[in-house]
Write a protein that binds this ligand. Structure first.
Ligand code: S3P
Length: 178
């Protein structure tokens, strides 16, 4: 029997819909909603782009790992991770303790359209953000896939539909685990 909390952890690339779906899920299940990015921002008292600018990606990843270490499976939460959280293997272990890991994904065109609405992703501030997105996604996809208990394509489904599917699966998984 696998040790697993009753929470839900959303992983996936930037623009995959983690935040929107996570908020909806937390509301439906009456669970607190936590975002690792928000915890990191609070910890360092800076916005994500400033953290990357002033300290670099490694320091951001250290802070991300440190905040994950503080999370416990009880009480259960909906956890929204950053797109690069799975890059560290120890993070994936910590995520599994919290509950069911759901990988949200979307096709490249949809991801690019979504991330282009905002300019708050330091890793995509390059001369060719689409090519950067493609490269990062290719490198990370196996990590998301390996970590996931459930994978859902958010390209053409509403936030409500995705949340509903996760709620159903979550109920079933809890029965299986007990
Ligand atoms: C990152 C994704 C961002 C944020 C940071 C790094 C990444 O979160 O953690 O900019 O490495 O993919 P979102 O996935 O919520 O955009």
């Amino acid at each position: 029997m696998r040790e697993c909390g009753d929470g839900i952890v959303l992983i996936g690339f930037m623009g995959s819909g983690k935040s929107a779906v996570g908020e909806q899920l937390a509301e439906r299940l009456s669970l607190p909603c936590i975002e690792t990015d928000e915890l990191v921002q609070k910890k360092l008292d800076l916005e994500i782009p400033e953290i990357f600018e002033q300290f670099g990606e490694d320091r951001f990843r250290d802070a991300e790992n440190a905040v994950l270490e503080t999370l416990s499976p009880n009480p259960a939460v909906v956890l929204i991770t950053g797109g690069g959280t799975v890059l560290r293997r120890e993070n994936v272990k910590l995520l599994h303790r919290l509950g069911m890991i759901v990988h949200l994904f979307a096709n490249e065109a949809v991801l690019f359209e979504r991330v282009s609405r905002q300019n708050n992703r330091p890793l995509l501030r390059t001369t060719n953000p689409r090519a950067t997105l493609r490269g990062l996604y290719a490198a990370r996809e196996p990590l998301y896939r390996e970590a996931a208990d459930l994978e859902l394509d958010t390209s053409y489904h509403s936030i409500n539909e995705i949340a509903e599917l996760i709620v159903q699966k979550h109920g079933g998984l809890r029965l299986e685990i007990r």
